[in-house]
Write a protein that binds this ligand. Structure first.
Ligand code: NAD
Length: 494
């Protein structure tokens, strides 16, 4: 059975994705019983975005701590109320307790006010008591504040919070970081394609900020199907002044001009299609050798492609000229073009190491620098393609991991430069994605690799594209310098 992918022609290679034979066998009926009895992985088909279906598969329960000391003027109840109000505004059925419900679509835990580690106990147990009622494809989302001095994920440069002379700040820091460990473990306990993710809201930014609302919308929806055990860090309250204008329809990128490199096939092709579906004018870029598939895609998307090797010295200038002459504007670029040249380090040669760095990191760096030299790039949204290999490392991929960790560093470094121009820079780090490339991995290795995450299956190129479209949208205006993993909570490495 294939998932419903409205308005998007998704390429599924034989033996991959929803055609993954094992997934088909165990996702329901007797096969599922056998797998569960034998303790084998029992993945289910993920709930992906479908405009014909509700965003969430049942009522949403908004929880906040009911224990712990509260001082005058503290805003715990108000912040949970603000989240509930936003969800009601989205037309969702919202409850403040799950006791009387038979089925729950999602649980949102407002943990912004935790002061000591013990403040986590009551909301954690309350979540535990409703977990059995969580619908297939359900969602758990924590909303919390950052701990000072702890890098979250790979690139978060978190703002200081509170007075370091005050020991209560130390206790609060422990509680805040406790949310991270709690959520990541809860994510590993989810069943039925449900996921658990968090939103970390910088001190001084309201939980009603547009990107908190936008992150909630994204994480609740089927657009985040393969995002699991991750945190979106909202650093500013940038975005539409009126929450109702946080894009939520089917075309949040309407009228935007977005360049996608490496668009002739694989993940890039899917990104280009989805951005087009969401209303963007897409500029697909790929090497001259990929001219045929590139122009076929461009015809389908009713756009003009740009035949270009991203490593060319003047690549950024050529992108600017193309966008200026056709649209007079440029709103975003997705640095997706990438190559692998795997070898154990002892066998690595200069060409293999240098070429991977040149395509995957140096080209995005040079192109972005050239774009930023032009006023047309004011407000530019940059998204880089990192990889879980760049986060956790991978045997035989010292060159690739260096290049992809480089992308993580690049977006973190670009964030303040772009902030001054009203733009953002983020990266997406895919894990095991079902593409032509991974379909070539020998069967036994492929079967093992795709089960090594909490959702026990490979993601689809569409899952990566959805995360990128979110980061390009106004919903994510307050998120910058971050790397979002789209890996089903890959269990290997960091
Ligand atoms: P792919 O090999 O199928 O496609 C890459 C595209 O980039 C190709 O069309 C290729 O022609 C183009 N390209 C390569 N060098 C170029 C250059 N110098 N100039 C212009 N275009 C160039 O790869 P994919 O699997 O779709 O991966 C896309 C991106 O996602 C890459 O950056 C990759 O590193 C990253 N990624 C993929 C996975 C995965 O599981 N497939 C996992 C993590 C990260």
């Amino acid at each position: 059975m294939s998932p419903s992918l409205p308005n998007v022609t998704s390429k599924i290679w034989p033996g991959t994705g929803p055609d993954d034979a094992y997934l088909g066998l165990v996702s329901q009926g007797p096969g599922r019983k056998v797998a569960t009895t034998l303790g084998l992985p029992a993945p289910v088909e993920l709930r992906r975005h479908d405009p014909a279906r509700p965003t969430v598969s049942g009522p949403v329960v908004v929880l906040s701590p009911t224990s712990g000391a509260r001082g005058p003027g503290e805003t715990a109840a108000t912040e949970a109320d603000d989240l509930a109000t936003h969800l009601l505004g989205r037309g969702l059925e919202v409850h403040r307790h799950g006791d009387d419900l038979r089925k729950v679509g999602a649980v949102v835990l407002c943990l912004t006010e935790v002061r000591t580690p013990s403040d986590l106990t009551a909301p954690a147990l309350e979540l535990g008591s409703v977990l059995r009622k969580l619908a297939p494809g359900g969602r758990v989302i924590t909303v919390s504040r950052p701990a000072t001095g702890v890098a979250l994920g790979s690139a978060a440069n978190l703002p200081a919070s509170g007075d370091s002379q005050d020991y209560t700040a130390v206790s609060r820091n422990a509680a805040r970081q406790g949310v991270v460990g709690f959520l990541r473990s809860a994510a590993q306990e989810m069943r039925g394609g449900a996921t658990a993710n968090g939103i970390v809201v910088a001190d001084g930014v309201s939980v009603s900020a547009p990107s908190v609302a936008g992150s909630l919308d994204f994480l609740l929806s089927g657009r985040s199907a393969f995002v699991d055990g991750q945190f979106l860090v909202v650093g500013t309250d940038q975005g539409p002044a009126d929450l109702a204008q946080v894009p939520q329809g089917e075309a949040p990128l309407s009228g935007r001009v977005v360049v996608v490199t490496g668009a002739a096939r694989g993940i890039g092709e899917e990104i280009a299609r989805l951005l087009h579906t969401q209303g963007a004018h897409v500029v697909p870029v790929d090497v001259p050798a990929a001219g045929q598939p590139l122009s076929t895609l461009a015809n389908e998307l009713e756009t003009a492609s740009l035949s270009l090797d991203v490593t060319a010295e003047d690549a950024g200038q050529r992108i600017l000229e193309h966008c200026r002459s056709r649209y007079g504007r440029l709103d975003g670029i997705v640095h997706n073009a990438g190559i692998t040249r795997d070898k154990m380090l002892a066998n690595m040669d200069q060409a293999k190491f240098a070429s991977v760095l040149a395509v995957n990191t140096e080209a995005p760096l040079r192109i972005t620098e050239q774009l930023l030299a032009d006023p047309m790039a004011d407000g530019l949204r940059v998204v880089g393609l990192a990889s879980t290999s760049g986060v956790a490392g991978n045997r035989g991929q010292t060159n690739y991991a260096a290049s992809k960790a480089g992308v993580v560093g690049m977006v973190a470094g670009l964030a303040p430069i772009l902030a001054a121009r009203g733009g953002t820079a983020n990266a997406v780090a895919p894990g095991f994605i079902e593409t032509e490339m991974t379909a070539k991995i020998p069967l036994a290795r492929r079967q093992v690799a795709r089960r090594l995450n909490s959702l026990q299956q490979g993601g689809l190129p569409l899952d990566v594209a959805e995360a990128i479209a979110f980061l390009l949208s106004d919903s994510a205006a307050g998120i910058s310098g971050q790397t979002l993993r789209v890996c089903g909570q890959n269990l290997v490495g960091a």
